[in-house]
Write a protein that binds this ligand. Structure first.
Ligand code: PPS
Length: 568
């Protein structure tokens, strides 16, 4: 049943006194530590954002939703809201039992009275809900590779909402937004769902949508989980705040929605509509490719560009919210203004900058024109995505003991320090073993741990805009790959293979260790009695025999220049 916008939406919280009592009792219950996605889902279940759901879905609700977008009651609901758990946890829980749901710090947020426990057919869920059992779809990937194998369902009793430390004043429950609209006398409100920074085209289209619907505007960005690789919400919120000033006074507001998106295109649009209805909106903008997940593994789009609008239109009445379908806005150069793509006069010059092109310009520090975005937004994005020559990165030397890693790494360190600009740290094998890994030996397990520690420190340095130079032996390819993946989330990873042969290292034997290894006095010695996986595709491979150290360091420096990591 739809709740009229002037009335409050039912929440799942109990009174403060009951919550205190429940909290004390819940200490004895089996407890499940919620994943970040489950915390988002639970928050919207408890605060009424997912009304009419009263808990995590039962098997009957789930089947109905997967097959025909309907709960057992017949109500429209397109996305499964399920509590996935591990097999081990599920084995210890039976229907009829209560479990405590905790956040990642262990705070009890709710009690789930388990009525259903089942192992879902994930391939069917993927096909029906997301349109294909293809892990190129982020939610299908999540379903198969992150979600647990068993679902628990049943009603939820809310004890307390998840705590947020960021942008508190910008977060509103459905009832808080309903009350706000009532207080301001906003009877018609058009919601704009977004997971991206707003540029001029978005401002133009939202403003027009509000005018067309004769409504006030709610910018309602998602700050829960969005598509992997999106601009982080801290940056986005600062950008949104800058754009808010561009709307006529008192027409527009912004509120942050802690939703975990599923990128389910058409079904997601319907879901967003139901959620916005619960938040007291009367209209919602659905644009081209709403909540699109990108391309499938064959390189084609998962959904047609207007599938979301079509499905929304079919169910509009039941959702209880009117769709404002939106045409793409483009900049018409001759008229120096934005216009709907389908209204542009023939022959006019139209300008556009795609998301990929914007990222390229940010990366390379190129101009982003005024017609495209607001200077405040561009400067926030530039702060977050400085050009490569100002970003952090890691140079990771690998090679046998005595291959020359430390000497070349030191020479590179000096060159980079001489240049200045960014802090540089050298994590040399020996130094790390003294300071970070003094308790470790040279078993495979200990070497892995050692390299992972180096990787962690290097990733933190890289994330914070510094340069990390690492110089361990790092003999195992799999561990080097893991470190690369960790660091590449934040900046470049430059693998340098110091390819001095084992024969040459042994001939040099600068520390006398090879002789001891040959005599069996040092065990598990790399290259003698322990393996070394030769890097297959390093960014740089150095031949050190008959070559000056300085020349080797220079080769690495040239590579850094070529990659745009140091200014030419
Ligand atoms: S690893 O495998 O990456 O964890 O090794 P690393 O931390 O770089 O440490 C290598 C230095 O330790 C000395 N050493 C040994 N190396 C290889 N195998 C064994 N068993 C061993 N025992 C001691 C050696 O001096 C290495 O220093 P470098 O600077 O590489 O010559």
């Amino acid at each position: 049943m739809q709740i009229p916008n002037h009335a409050p939406i039912p929440e799942l919280f109990v009174s403060y006194e009951s919550a205190q009592k429940l909290k004390a009792e819940a200490g004895d219950l089996p407890s499940w530590d919620l994943s970040p996605r489950q915390i988002c889902d639970l928050e919207l279940l408890m605060n009424g954002g997912f009304h009419p759901l009263k808990g995590f879905m039962t098997e009957a609700d789930y089947d109905g939703v997967v097959e025909e977008m309907r709960l057992e009651s017949g109500a429209l609901w397109p996305i499964p809201i399920t509590l996935d758990v591990s097999q081990a946890f599920a084995d210890g829980v039976e229907p009829g039992q209560d479990i405590a749901l905790r956040d990642q710090e262990g705070v009890i947020l709710a009690i789930l009275s388990v009525t259903d426990k089942w192992s879902p057919d994930k391939a069917r869920e993927a096909e029906k809900v997301f349109g294909a059992d293809d892990i190129a779809h982020p939610s299908v990937n999540y379903l198969h590779n992150t979600a647990g194998p068993v679902y628990l369902g049943g009603p939820v009793t809310g004890i307390q909402a998840p705590v947020h430390y960021d942008f508190k004043a910008r977060r509103d429950t459905p009832n808080e937004l309903r009350a706000y609209f009532r207080k301001l006398g906003w009877r018609r409100v058009v919601a704009f769902q977004t997971r991206n920074p707003l540029h001029r085209a978005h401002q133009e289209l939202t403003f027009r949508a509000a005018r067309e619907a004769q409504a006030n505007l709610l910018i309602h960005p998602v700050v829960g989980l969005t598509k992997p690789g999106d601009v982080d919400h801290f940056t986005r919120v600062r950008c949104y705040e800058a754009v808010l000033d561009k709307y006529p006074a008192a027409t527009t507001t912004m509120s942050l929605l802690n939703l975990a998106m599923r990128m389910a295109g058409p079904r997601e649009a319907v879901w967003h509509g139901l959620i916005r209805k619960n938040h007291g909106c009367t209209h919602m903008i659905v644009g081209r490719d709403h909540a699109g997940p990108g391309k499938n593994s064959a390189g084609d789009e998962f959904y047609g560009p207007y599938d979301a609008q079509e499905l929304f239109r079919t169910h509009q009445e039941e959702i209880g919210i009117e769709m404002v379908d939106f045409k793409q806005m483009v900049y018409v150069q001759d008229r120096a203004q934005y216009e709907a793509a389908d209204e542009v006069p023939e022959g006019a010059t139209v300008l556009n900058i795609s998301g990929t092109e914007l990222r390229r310009r940010l990366r390379e520090g190129l101009e982003i024109p005024e017609w495209f975005s607001f200077p405040e937004v561009v400067s926030e994005l530039r702060r977050r995505y400085p050009p490569r020559s100002q970003q952090g990165f890691t140079v990771f030397f690998t090679g046998f003991s005595g291959s020359g890693k430390s000497t070349i790494a030191n020479a590179l360190l000096t060159k980079l320090m001489e240049m200045g600009g960014r802090p540089v740290t050298l994590l040399d094998g020996d130094i790390v073993r003294k300071n970070l890994s003094s308790e470790l030996g040279f078993s495979k397990e200990h070497r892995d741990l050692n390299i992972r520690r180096i990787g962690f420190v290097a990733s933190e340095i890289t994330k914070n805009g510094g340069i990390a130079i690492c110089a361990p032996i790092a003999p195992y390819a799999a561990t080097r790959r893991a470190v690369r993946e960790e660091i590449e989330q934040y900046g470049a990873f430059v693998e340098v293979h110091v390819a001095t042969s084992i024969e040459e290292c042994e001939r040099r034997d600068r520390k006398g260790l090879y002789r001891l290894a040959r005599e069996g006095k040092i065990k598990e010695f790399t290259g003698i009695s322990d393996p070394y996986d030769r890097p297959e595709d390093p960014e740089v491979r150095l031949d050190t025999e008959n070559v000056e150290v300085d020349h080797c360091a220079h080769q690495v420096f040239l590579k850094l220049e070529q990659m745009g990591l140091v200014a030419a």
